[in-house]
Design a binder for this molecule. Structure first.
Ligand SMILES: C[S@@+](CC[C@H](N)C(=O)[O-])C[C@H]1O[C@@H](n2cnc3c(N)ncnc32)[C@H](O)[C@@H]1O
Length: 247
């Protein structure tokens, strides 16, 4: 049956309609070497998660698949009782923190926010990518009040405004169950790993938003260099993230 007819015939059934559209776009996307997510992936149909995405609305931030990964880690930390604070390096408007904090639902667990709120620091030679435009210093700046407003339901947030790593000593005596690193560049990604790795709880998670992005070779390099002599495995995720599970 032709796709157009299939859609006509099943247009009153939302699930079948969704499947048909997904197939249609999948075929078209393949022609341009692009990819469309399957219509029946759990994260795309989970009511809980969809509610969170709707709550966030149209404000900028990381895409839905990466949000779901962070949300899932939050649930796991909670269900497995992994102890320690949580942290984010690179907050911007707070979307990834919003996902993690909703999943954790633990007002007693401090969540540390590290950001200059002045955008990216100065890119280095390691950050130059082939085929993508160069990062510019100051790009992706946002006012801290926007992040604080978006995270106002979470009184456990502790803001450390400033350049990475300048404000890390504020949290030097803490242990961490999860850190999300999303600063795009070589220098601050490496500095974040130096600081957080020895402070991770056993079974804690280090996630980087940028590892699998061709536009962020510096972040990938910083990760690979740092974990070269460490026992932990570095697991790239198809969404572009990477996961390290502290042993
Ligand atoms: C890609 S955005 C973060 C996106 C965010 N995680 C989200 O959920 O949408 C990168 C953030 O890193 C911050 N940043 C980049 N380099 C930094 C540095 N060296 N020190 C502090 N903050 C930095 C920027 O100000 C920006 O807010």
């Amino acid at each position: 049956m032709g796709l157009r007819n299939f859609m006509k015939r099943h247009s009153s059934d939302p699930l079948r309609r969704r499947k048909a559209w997904s197939k249609y776009f999948e075929r078209r996307a393949r022609r341009f070497d692009l990819h469309v997510y399957k219509s029946h992936l759990n994260w795309t149909i989970s009511e809980d998660f969809k509610t969170l995405l709707d709550q966030w609305g149209d404000a900028p931030g990381i895409p839905a698949d990466r949000c779901f990964f962070i949300y899932s880690l939050g649930k796991l930390i909670s269900s497995k009782g992994i102890s320690g604070d949580t942290a984010e390096c690179g907050v911007r408007f707070g979307k990834s923190s919003f996902m993690l904090l909703n999943a954790l639902a633990d007002p007693e667990r401090p969540h540390h926010l590290f950001d200059s709120f002045e955008g990216l620091s100065e890119p280095r030679a390691q950050d130059a990518s082939i085929g993508f435009r160069e990062w510019e210093e100051g790009e992706m700046s946002a006012h801290e009040s926007a992040a604080l407003k978006n995270l106002s339901a979470f009184p456990n947030c502790v803001l450390h405004r400033g350049w990475i790593p300048d404000r890390f000593p504020d949290a030097a005596d803490r242990q961490f169950a999860c850190v999300h690193i999303d600063v795009d560049l070589y220098d601050p990604t490496g500095a974040s790993l130096e600081f957080f790795y020895p402070r991770m709880a056993q079974g804690g998670f280090i996630v980087c938003d940028d590892y699998g992005l061709a536009s962020c070779p510096g972040a990938t390099k910083a990760f690979d260099e740092f974990f070269e002599d460490k026992p932990e495995m570095v697991l790239p995720i198809p969404s572009g993230q990477v996961l390290v599970w502290k042993t």
